[in-house]
Write a protein that binds this ligand. Sequence first.
Ligand SMILES: Cc1cc2nc3c(=O)[nH]c(=O)nc-3n(C[C@H](O)[C@H](O)[C@H](O)COP(=O)(O)O)c2cc1C
Length: 190
Amino acid sequence: MSDAMLRLAVIVGSNRTGRFAPTVTSWFVERAREHGQDVDVIDVADLELPAARGDGTAGAAVAGLGARLDRADAYVVVTPEYNHSFPAPLKHLIDLYRDEWRAKPVGFVSYGGLAGGLRAVEQLRLVFAELHAVTVRDGVSFHEAWARFDDDGRPLDEAGTTGAAKKLLDQLTWWARALRDARAARPYAA
Ligand SMILES: Cc1cc2nc3c(=O)[nH]c(=O)nc-3n(C[C@H](O)[C@H](O)[C@H](O)COP(=O)(O)O)c2cc1C
């Protein structure tokens, strides 16, 4: 069980026209695939989600995305920082689901101005704690992200960023295996 390939959902949290998210996401997805993960990219910019959960009118789009989230053994959220927090479309996606997040690990790749998205990440840890998810300590952060990549989308600090991604993925996969086995052994006591 523990050695079966892990399924990682990479959730992209911004949907602004002209956004920087694709540069960071492409770089990280490549690192995750090199690390051996089966990656599914869930990008809020591709989604048309309804206003709220729980009114019984969610429909196929919500169910389809829920199945993708449910299949995942672990999540990595790629998030920028907007006004010292995370983007609203990302929170909307998180709030549409509940059981899908439970007893699963969540890692973070963040970017932004001076704080590199870290204030968004710290706030997301509180949100995921409420959902019974486990957040991974180490992440990847790009401050003044637009100055950290070359024209081909490669980080200028290739060794440092690759090392940070590996640390995140090592911790995430440890938790993903442990929690997948634990969920299989007994239902989570939510
Ligand atoms: C509405 C808005 C608010 C922002 N607020 C912050 C902020 O509080 N701290 C910060 O470091 N960067 C801030 N930024 C800079 C963004 O983190 C940066 O532009 C990043 O590239 C945004 O992600 P995106 O391009 O994928 O949308 C803000 C950008 C926008 C558009």
